[in-house]
Ligand binder design. Structure first.
Ligand code: ADP
Length: 354
């Protein structure tokens, strides 16, 4: 079992930079949690506090109910997989995977069994006698994971493990990590700046900005019900379109030189905002062709199964629509489109209006 409780964690570095503010979360046994956010938002710092590689400035960290805030990294029973793999170049793959157990002076027979079992899980059995330099980036990443698996830690920590791989290998390795998680049923914390990795891997996502947790929830919750404009804009690709200064009147949303009709349900949601300005959010994939909204097309990008149409709406407000299938608009065309699902945010707090 491995449950983690992160209670009001703060991190203030020696130079007085506060990297993490009041991080609060209960991680359930066997959960794969992905910390996501732009560079510098405090993801790695949080992970490193959990690992014991950074001191915790304030708050408490509990593993299975036991306070480990002050416990040294080596006694925390956690294994960390780094972005640069940190393999020993002069050792074979076998020796790399066995290293931490050898260091602990475990019985060589036990070590042998554990290394072979981990190699089997990771498809590395035929690579054990090679040196890291003879392996591809993806294989080296798997060796790094293998080194963690042999230790059978309570918690696996991943710090941007795929960022050195090319796009194709990233996808493949992501699916391997998912299978590994299913197989080991281990508690995992995973840091990435890539929202696709977060959506595809996580049981729950923690989205951070500037040291603050913005929202914790399942991938669908963050995608479908983002709590604020930051999460709404960070999760989803291409990002959500935002329109400031939209006013709710006559059953319509008006502003930026265009107007959008509202459903009865949407009017009910906005009833306290009558006559006030709000921020409207529309995901590119929630826009469809053939509607009353006139888009002045600047760019048409065919992606195969989708087409991204870039342009302006109303008084030159930017818009990106992701249409199904192949469309052939040209720069200068006017395209009629309509909005499906809409998101509303308070203009002062940027919080979702529900
Ligand atoms: P992320 O992993 O989200 O990219 P980090 O946790 O690495 O972000 O960094 C969060 C903030 O803390 C950044 O402003 C970064 O510059 C700062 N920071 C990170 N490490 C240190 C350090 N050792 N000393 C001082 N500031 C640091």
């Amino acid at each position: 079992m491995a449950e983690l409780q992160l209670q009001h964690l703060d991190k203030i570095y020696d130079n007085n930079v506060q990297a993490v503010f009041d991080f609060n979360m209960d991680v359930r046994d066997g959960e794969l949690i992905v910390l996501v956010g732009p560079s510098g938002c405090g993801k790695s710092t949080t992970l490193r506090m959990v690992a014991g590689l950074e001191d915790i400035s304030a708050g408490h960290l509990l593993l299975d109910g036991k306070d480990i805030t002050q416990t040294p990294a080596k006694d925390r029973d956690m294994a960390m997989v780094f972005q640069n793999y940190a393999l020993y170049g002069h050792m074979t793959i076998y020796e790399n995977m066995a290293f931490s157990l050898t260091l602990r002076k475990e019985d060589p027979n036990v070590i042998h069994k554990k290394v072979l079992a981990a190699a089997e899980i990771l498809g590395l059995t035929s690579q054990l006698n090679k040196k890291p330099s003879q392996l591809s980036g993806g294989q080296r990443q798997r060796v790094a994971m293998g080194r963690s698996i042999v230790r059978n830690p309570k918690v696996f920590l991943f710090d941007e493990p795929l960022s050195n791989l090319d796009a194709k290998l990233r996808g493949a390795t992501r699916r391997e990590i998912l299978l590994l998680h299913k197989r080991l049923k281990a508690t995992m914390l995973y840091v990435t700046h890539d929202q696709t990795e977060a959506l595809t891997l996580a049981d729950r996502i923690v989205c951070m900005s500037m040291g603050h947790v913005q929202q914790i929830g399942t991938p669908l919750e963050l995608y479908d019900r983002p709590d604020n404009t930051f999460v709404a804009g960070f999760i989803g690709l291409p990002p959500m379109n935002f329109y400031q200064g939209m006013g709710f009147e006559d059953g319509m949303l008006k502003g930026n030189g265009f107007e959008v009709p509202l459903t009865d349900e949407e009017k009910e949601t906005l009833k306290d905002y009558y006559g006030r300005e709000i921020i409207l959010g529309i995901r590119p994939e929630d826009i469809s062709a053939d509607g009353p909204l006139q888009i002045r097309v600047t760019n048409n990008e065919n992606l195969g199964m989708n087409t991204l149409v870039h342009g302006f709406v109303g008084d030159s407000a930017h818009i990106v629509a992701k249409l199904r299938g192949w469309a052939d608009y040209r720069a200068g065309d006017t395209a009629g489109m309509k909005f499906g699902r809409k998101h509303f945010f308070d203009k002062d707090t940027t919080l979702a209006i529900r």
